[in-house]
Design a protein around this ligand. Structure first.
Ligand code: SAM
Ligand code: SF4
Length: 474
């Protein structure tokens, strides 16, 4: 979500005539877009600002702006700690960067604008136009902002506000516009994508004057009595957009992973065989204290249904280690569930106390850092083993990859991504493949974090994924 906001800020600055450069030493404007989900982002912000201060001293007139959810949380404190910052703005006014920089320049003093809710409807979302993307073949599409859940550790509801879904018809039009400019892969973004549309359906029921076609799309405009559109409806509609051949989404919440979503994933050819389903903990008592709304058994049951319905589904997750009060027995249950879920990859986070959350009050139950470090290492051994097994199973297969460019860790290689979201490293042909090219790769080796492949077919010009429509022959 933050990366998408960064794209949008960059796009607005470029539309105002600026040019994007990589070296802050040469920049006239530096925007630091922040995230406050975990504490180390706080610490890194002030380190980064300290460095930018010395750049600004060498380059008088350079403007520094701080945006994002950490700005939303810290507000004026940023200027107390870093008075040389010129602009501070929050998550509800990402579209204001150009105007605020201009205002700070004219007034020759810092400007802080943190809103509790979006001023304009378009401020709630980050639509694709205008948008700067490094590679136009792939785009993020925000379908929903905010979160109505109350996970005890999480600061998102405080800094992103309540859940709001983007009107169905607008989303489909946006994807159509993206496709027209060459995008064939979209990642739908939301904090709990499964609950997409719930607020739209409720609004339509309570206010008959609302534009049902815009909010719910033509297909569901007349179904004011039923709770439509659902996330599954959106997946199907986006899958029907001409030219869209890969659809991904993050994140569904396990408590709301309904059959309709799984069916839509299975039936929509463009939806990739990839599911990021955050577990957080395998212990039911910890899940209860986290207020996650599911048990480990229910989670595994939903996962099994998804795997049975969607062949070759890659599954990834998020786990928090060291939630306050987590006992050895509770942690060991996480190890068991993680082993049983057999993940393709896992994002493991050390619990970080966030101000204003319910868990922040559990200060006496916080787990000692050395205990967390030991648990983290044990969990890593389990998730790395599981990932390696999943990846080794792919050796010998031929996979469709979309080329991303030069490999991040080894510039002598290129990298592409499979439908399952796996990175494939390969030696470039004489003329390296362009980002966005589609190629076939023979998988020859595997590690815990990537696959190694050999390109076996010339890159294809992306063609729209089409459904097979039965045709009557007599
Ligand atoms: N909405 C998604 C869900 O409910 O699964 C997660 C979104 S959250 C922005 C991304 C991940 O950050 C979470 O899945 C969780 O593992 C991690 N996270 C959130 N708050 C955290 C905290 N206080 N400490 C450590 N990790 C945290
Ligand atoms: Fe945070 Fe929970 Fe909402 Fe995810 S569902 S954003 S973890 S409150």
């Amino acid at each position: 979500m933050n990366e998408h906001d960064s794209e949008r800020i960059a796009a607005d600055l470029m539309a105002s005539g600026m040019e994007r450069i990589d070296d802050p030493e040469l920049a006239d404007v530096v925007v630091v877009n922040t995230c406050c989900i975990r504490e180390n982002a706080d610490n890194r912000l002030y380190g980064t600002l300290g460095h930018l201060k010395s750049v600004q001293e060498r380059h008088p007139g350079m403007q520094i702006a701080v945006a994002g959810c950490l700005a939303q949380k810290d507000r004026e404190t940023i200027l107390d700690r870093a008075p040389y910052v010129n602009v501070v703005f929050g998550t509800h006014n990402v579209s204001r960067s150009v105007a605020l920089l201009e205002e700070a320049r004219e007034r020759s003093e810092p400007v802080v604008e943190i809103l509790e809710s979006p001023v304009e409807p378009e401020d709630a979302f980050a639509p694709a136009a205008p948008v700067h993307v490094d590679h136009p073949y792939s785009a993020w599409v925000t379908i929903q902002v905010g979160c109505d859940n109350t996970c005890a550790y999480c600061i998102v509801p405080q800094v992103r506000g309540p859940e709001r879904s983007r009107p169905f018809a607008e989303l489909v039009s946006e994807v159509e516009a993206l496709s027209r400019r060459g995008t064939f892969e979209v990642t739908l973004l939301g904090q709990n994508v499964n609950s997409y549309g719930r607020d739209l359906a409720l609004a339509l029921r309570s206010d008959p004057g609302l534009d049902a076609t815009r909010l719910a799309g033509e297909r569901f405009a007349s179904s004011r009595r039923s709770v439509r559109p659902l996330f599954g409806d959106l997946l199907s509609a986006v899958g029907e957009v001409e030219g869209i051949r890969r659809i991904r989404f993050i994140s569904p919440h396990p408590k709301d992973l309904r059959d309709e979503t799984i069916v839509a994933m299975a039936e929509t050819e463009a939806v990739c065989e990839q599911l990021h389903l955050p577990l957080q903990s395998g212990s039911n008592s910890v899940l209860r204290r986290m207020r996650r709304g599911y048990t480990a058994e229910r989670y595994l049951e939903r996962l099994e249904i998804a795997r049975q319905s969607i062949p070759d589904l890659a599954v990834t997750t998020d786990i928090i280690v060291g939630f306050p009060g987590e006992t050895d027995v509770e942690f060991e249950r996480t190890l068991e569930v993680v082993a049983e879920a057999h993940y393709d990859s896992t994002f493991t986070f050390i619990y970080s106390s966030r101000p204003g959350t319910e868990a922040a009050k559990l200060i006496d139950d916080e787990i000692a850092p050395e205990v967390i470090a030991e648990r983290y290492a044990r969990l890593k051994a389990v998730v790395d083993r599981s990932a390696l097994e999943c990846h080794r199973d792919r050796i010998g297969r031929k996979e469709e990859i979309v080329v991303e460019g030069v490999a991040r860790r080894d510039p002598s290689l290129q990298q592409g991504r499979t439908r399952q979201g796996k990175v494939v490293l390969f030696a470039p042909p004489t003329t390296p493949l362009e980002p966005g090219a589609i190629a076939q790769a023979q998988i020859v080796d595997a590690g815990s974090y990537h696959l190694r492949g050999e390109v076996v077919a010339p890159p294809a010009v992306p063609r729209p994924a089409r459904r097979l429509i039965p045709v009557a022959t007599d």
